[in-house]
Design a protein around this ligand. Sequence first.
Ligand code: CA
Length: 235
Amino acid sequence: MNGPCILVIEDDAPVRNLITTTLEAHGYRYITAATGQAAILAASTSMPDVIFLDLGLPDMDGTEVIRRVRTWSDLPIIVISARSEESDKIEALDSGADDYLTKPFSVEELLARLRATLRRLESLRRKHAEGESPVFADGPLRIDYAAGEVRLGEEPVHLTRIEFKLLCLLSQNPDKVLTYRFITQNVWGDSSESSMASLRVFMASLRRKIDMDPEQPLIRTHIGIGYRLNRKEAL
Ligand code: CA
């Protein structure tokens, strides 16, 4: 087997077994760790492609694992957290996690997150090999970053400067949850109350202009956490 290798960091044995059984059944390789220390060691020695990380570990906080791994690697980290760890989830995303799953989760959800992450990884690797693309194209949406032009099919979309900045930021991090704080820092340079309020207003106006299909929105809200731009086409 030479499918992608997933490092599963989880101290709860039944949950860990559910994850590894699912991975195995779908052709993924895996390694496991039940503590933060073991996880950091495994991440550096086994070169996994993706990490699943439980935030509540016996010896250290999961966000600490993220911070340590991020000092030398940008491999994708999908956080797994209980609902009571909502604020930890935001901290984890801000520390460099790529995505999250909330317990209890379904096997389908787990696999969907993993596929989205692997797709993103693949397109990052390609981008790295080919150089940054000046254009984002997905479904009917086309963004020309340099020209500052956005089209939906044949129709030009007129965005304000801030709306365009928001769309650029989201589309340059596709299939990834961006926290409110990350977005406001990038667009307004701070995460004050007024920037948070502006974000809600500009995001609403951006969505009115580009999200025509309410059944399959391009931009998804993660309530209390942030926003994610979902590519419609699997790459
Ligand atoms: Ca745990």
